[in-house]
Design a protein around this ligand. Structure first.
Ligand code: 1GP
Length: 256
């Protein structure tokens, strides 16, 4: 199987956009919720599942990974998007090995990563070194509070570029611009464009993307992979809608 990193780089090079559904294990619980998700995934295959959240009970976390593997019959990669070292499991396919480079809290820059490293070394998880940048999405988000960091000001793309470049020079291979789950305003297009142009690495964008319009804006601005969490919880039809749009979008770019 192709490594996800290679796939992300190839898609990014060729301009093929993709979509991830973020599952917060605290919000998707019980047989019925999984059944509904399973029904939706049969019709609309996704590129990736992301799993993680700010406050996650270890049992729910493991259940989520197993359910996602089951309902997608192992066809959709399950990528950990861990809120802490407690969200590491070898049952997933890959992990976004995040360092919160927009912050200055050493715990989220390197502390949790040190604790996770021995477990990761013994697992088969593909490790995706990711520079994680929080962007001010108007109101404060859980990740801001939990990480006790100040997000990037949304009107300062140059600061985002400097941050991402520093991450690139430190060897990070992916970047994630996140306005935080449920953000009122998504990451500004100007910032997406500036960061993507400067680093040239695959760029993940999420936070507050709750419509086809907002997903398109992010892709147009240069996002390679759009992440939707809350929006799909509020509107169960959204992922199907965005995915259908994405097929046309990629086709129109001649990259299908
Ligand atoms: C949050 O980027 C993700 O870390 C997704 O955000 O829940 O607002 O879609 P939403």
């Amino acid at each position: 199987t192709t490594k996800l990193k290679e796939l992300l780089y190839r898609n990014s090079r060729e301009g093929r956009k993709s979509l991830a559904l973020l599952i917060d294990p605290e919000k998707t619980k019980g047989q019925q919720a999984w059944q509904e998700l399973a029904d939706r995934c049969v019709d609309f295959p996704l590129d990736y599942f992301f799993v993680g959240g700010s406050l996650v009970n270890p049992e729910d976390f493991l259940t989520s990974i197993r359910e996602l593997k089951r309902i997608s019959q192992n066809r959709i990669p399950v990528v950990l998007f861990p809120g802490s070292v407690m969200q590491v499991s070898r049952e997933a396919d890959a992990i976004l090995f995040l360092s919160l480079i927009s912050g200055r809290n050493s715990e989220w820059l390197i502390g949790q990563q040190v604790l996770a490293a021995p477990t990761l070394a013994e697992s088969d998880l593909e490790i995706l070194s990711t520079g994680y940048m929080l962007v001010n999405g108007e109101r404060s988000t859980s990740v801001e509070y939990i990480s006790q960091t100040i997000p990037l000001p949304r009107d300062k793309p140059d600061l985002a570029v400097a941050t991402a470049l520093a991450g690139k020079f430190l060897g990070m291979s992916l970047f994630y611009l996140d306005a935080g789950s449920g953000a009122q305003l998504p990451v500004p297009e100007q910032m997406i464009r500036a960061v993507r142009t400067a680093v040239g690495s695959p760029l993940i964008v999420g936070g507050g993307i709750d419509s086809v319009f907002r997903a398109k804006q992010a892709w147009d601005a240069g996002a390679d992979l759009v992440v939707i969490g809350n929006g799909a919880e509020k509107n169960p039809g959204l992922i199907a809608e965005v995915y259908q749009f994405l097929q046309c979008y990629n086709a129109s770019l001649n990259v299908n």
